[in-house]
Design a binder for this molecule. Sequence first.
Ligand SMILES: O=P(O)(O)OC[C@H]1O[C@H](O[C@H]2O[C@H](CO)[C@@H](O)[C@H](O)[C@H]2O)[C@H](O)[C@@H](O)[C@@H]1O
Length: 532
Amino acid sequence: MTDGQPAMTNARPVFSRDRLDAVLFDLDGVLTRTAEIHAEAWKRLFDDYLSERPATAGEDHSRFDDDHDYRRYVDGRPRLKGVKHFLLARGIDLPEGEPDDPPEHETLHGLGNRKNALFRELIEQRGIHVYACAVDLLRRLRRAGFRTAVVTASKNCELILQQAGLNGLFDEHLDGVEAEALELAGKPDPDTFVEAAQQLGCEPKRAAVLEDATAGVMAASRGHFGLVIGIDRDGQRESLLSKGADLVFDDLCQIGIESTHREMPPLLEEMALISDRLADKQPALFLDYDGTLTPIVERPADAQLSHSMRRALRDAAEQMPLAVISGRDLDDISALVGLDNLIYAGSHGFDIRGPDPRPDLRPDLRMELPEGIDALDALQQAAATLEARLADVAGVRVERKRFAVAIHVRQVADRDLPRVREAVDQTQRSLDGLRQTGGKRLFELRPDVDWDKGQALRWLLSELGLEGPDVLPLYLGDDDTDEDAFRVLRQLGGISILVAEAARPSAADYRLRAPDDVEALLIYLTGLERDA
Ligand SMILES: O=P(O)(O)OC[C@H]1O[C@H](O[C@H]2O[C@H](CO)[C@@H](O)[C@H](O)[C@H]2O)[C@H](O)[C@@H](O)[C@@H]1O
């Protein structure tokens, strides 16, 4: 469920790729409207417990104040610490107990487990609401090439992200379960943020933190993060500033991304640079299909490869390792390209097939991601449900691929879009093991697995023995789903090229304007190789 639509007027440019590489989000209260559910669960827990506890000298049994007590003792902190600090403030010192103490045990763990059961009950009844502006900012950041992580003391993080359909939007999740396993001190100590930055491969000074709790702002400030942003949902501006926030916003729609991102030079004017980088190296080419090798058209079946592009691909594949990594189904993409001297990765890389360029090792390359196979039943049900639910929406097209279901809305009237979105949201929530992603005028359900075009690219480089310093991988793509591959090449020192008519924030190094330019590049690279 989304909390209103993002209104992007007067956003203040705050994030700049020149200064920052990553953005770390707190969960409850920043991304999801769950802070108030936590506050209610805490209140029920403590009010019930204190009212049942026999009056004892030195103890204060007054009711839990869901404003003051919530912020002072529990907000943003690990659950066990929350129980302990609140009770100590009321003069009650309970034994810690064991992590699996049942909820009726009068121990810190027992009460913590009671609170968690109450929280889950409330979520079950009310569902998860996300802040639309937060999700919008997340998407904008990822398009601009920032890495993202969610960092939370909550042990319910995976459940919340899954139910809210947010888990595809982060490179890393660091939650209360992992923090405990790694023995990291919780907020207000900086350890969880610092660990998450490390997992993203980024120094704290090159990362920003978004937090609504004072404990979280203190943690980020103590960790010397490059930018600490407080989100003031309920009149806490002054205290967020006093605890170390550099800036405070009421909502995330007010946050913009600076357009200082280097304008990507048109690649054809930069051929000299590419050939310099290719000196003594073998290129390995990875190409998206729709929007990269063919122009985007109204109906997916009409996206046919031109004869000249097919020839350019065939010739390039004779000279260098070449794979087409597409969101389309594997059989669909291999039939559309129609060449047998290159590798195809379908369903965003869940399904890979092609000749191994080292036939002495093995004739063919074949991979179906096992975790994707586990999701086949859910995908089948999702496709059937969506076909039925959307049968009367004019223009909608449900495309079943082996490892994904795309719901095309290019020909759907604007007034019907909310209905389609709702059907996709509900279908995803009703089935285990699927996550929602997007694309150009489509919604998509995929196996909820940490696998995307970037991971498929890494897999191919490794399987094809292309990881050495003598290889220069190049990836070309036009869509948000290609940004995952651009980010991988950024890390590996390859060349990534966005195909887009107009410049836009991207993790890619360069931009080409249209598939015609891609064809010219293929011919150029093939010629270079021949001359060498
Ligand atoms: O990763 P790609 O090879 O770029 O595939 C992405 C999606 O491409 C197709 O949909 C897109 O192209 C269609 C034809 O131009 C267009 O009508 C649609 O609006 C685009 O989203 C394909 O149908 C999807 O399965 C792919 O995921």
